[in-house]
Design a binder for this molecule. Structure first.
Ligand SMILES: Cc1ncc(COP(=O)(O)O)c(C=O)c1O
Length: 316
């Protein structure tokens, strides 16, 4: 499909969330919740698990009213919660579709299983900032043959088949162009090595940051092998994030990466109505972390410069 957003919307239309609540994390990108609205559902925000930046089964259970149509989890920064099996079991027990927003998680693993293989269906994004890209694009992954077939119909104007103009669904032009697909396939062939290189940089950060006491990297659950789309670091309460970013840039020419996310969804004007007043962990997680620069071709020297810059500002 032509974007991660359309991948989400197509899945949610097939699940049929119309006029029903859908649980989505408060700590995610706009599109996760917007896709619910575009598919006719009502997003209900879930608070954030501070350990993984994702969602806990307890939080899902707390909001899982009988009419909820789907639960969307997001592998924030490429990290898959080690409680994803519990989340799937909970959704199955309640007869609710589990949808993975895997826009951050190409090539991330948990206990030998890829991101995208835990839910009924999952959505990937190939937006240029992602670990793999094709300019613009997206992908739906599912092992449900009926859902896959409906998704193909949806993405091509609701046509029952490619060659005839017989429309059986209110689909849309959500197709991916062939030139984009060619770029994506080429990038896909490099994904494993790109992820390996990202993990190498992350390991340098893991060991290099231990002596900066105001910083606490978000710990990777033992069974998880993330793609390090983001290297997320919690910051002490007395650190002014914006001032830290400005000084790192001015004094050390180091630009930090964008946060995931700097504010939770309900702090955006468009979603202010979704504020249930009990999303404090999301507000805290969003306000109290930074993301370090990380890219596959990053050298050891560059990673060490980042560590040295942070150490200079925070230890001295
Ligand atoms: C968590 C998340 N969900 C959905 C999307 C939407 O993907 P796209 O930009 O390809 O529509 C993105 C990224 O942009 C994202 O980060």
């Amino acid at each position: 499909v032509n974007s991660g957003t359309s991948a989400l919307e197509i899945i949610l239309r097939i699940v049929d969330v119309r006029d029903k609540p859908v649980l989505v994390p408060a700590n995610t990108f706009f599109a996760t919740a917007a896709a619910v609205t575009h598919a006719g559902g009502r997003p209900i925000l879930m608070d954030t698990d501070e350990r993984t930046f994702g969602t806990s089964p307890e939080e899902i259970e707390r909001r899982l009213l009988p009419n909820v149509a789907a639960v969307v989890v997001v592998h924030v920064g490429g990290l898959i919660t080690d409680r994803i099996a519990e989340i799937r079991a909970l959704c199955d027990a309640r007869g609710v579709a589990l949808v993975e927003d895997a826009a951050h998680a190409h090539g991330s693993w948990l206990s030998g299983r890829h991101a995208g293989s835990f839910g009924l269906a999952s959505a990937f994004s190939f937006y240029p900032t992602k670990v793999m890209t094709c300019g613009e694009g997206g992908m739906i992954v599912t092992d449900d043959a009926a859902l896959a077939s409906e998704a193909r119909i949806c993405r091509d104007q609701g046509k029952a088949s490619f060659s005839r103009n017989q429309h059986v669904r209110l689909g849309y032009n959500w197709r991916l162009s062939e030139p984009h697909a060619i770029i994506g396939l080429r990038h896909l062939s490099r994904l494993a090595s790109l992820v390996e290189q990202r993990r190498r940089v992350a390991a340098l950060y893991d060991s290099g940051l231990t002596h900066i006491r105001q910083l606490a990297p978000v710990l990777t659950p033992a069974a998880c092998s993330p793609n390090y789309y983001k290297y997320m670091v919690r910051i002490a309460d007395d650190i002014d994030r914006q001032a830290l970013k400005n000084t790192l840039k001015e004094c050390h020419q180091i630009s930090l990466s964008g946060e995931v996310y700097e504010i939770p969804l309900h702090k955006n004007a468009i979603f202010a109505g979704l504020d249930t007043g009990d999303l404090g962990h999301s507000e805290r997680v969003c306000a109290r972390h930074i993301c370090l620069p990380l890219y596959a071709s990053m050298s050891e020297n560059e990673a060490e410069r980042v560590i040295a810059g942070l150490s200079d500002l925070l230890n001295n």
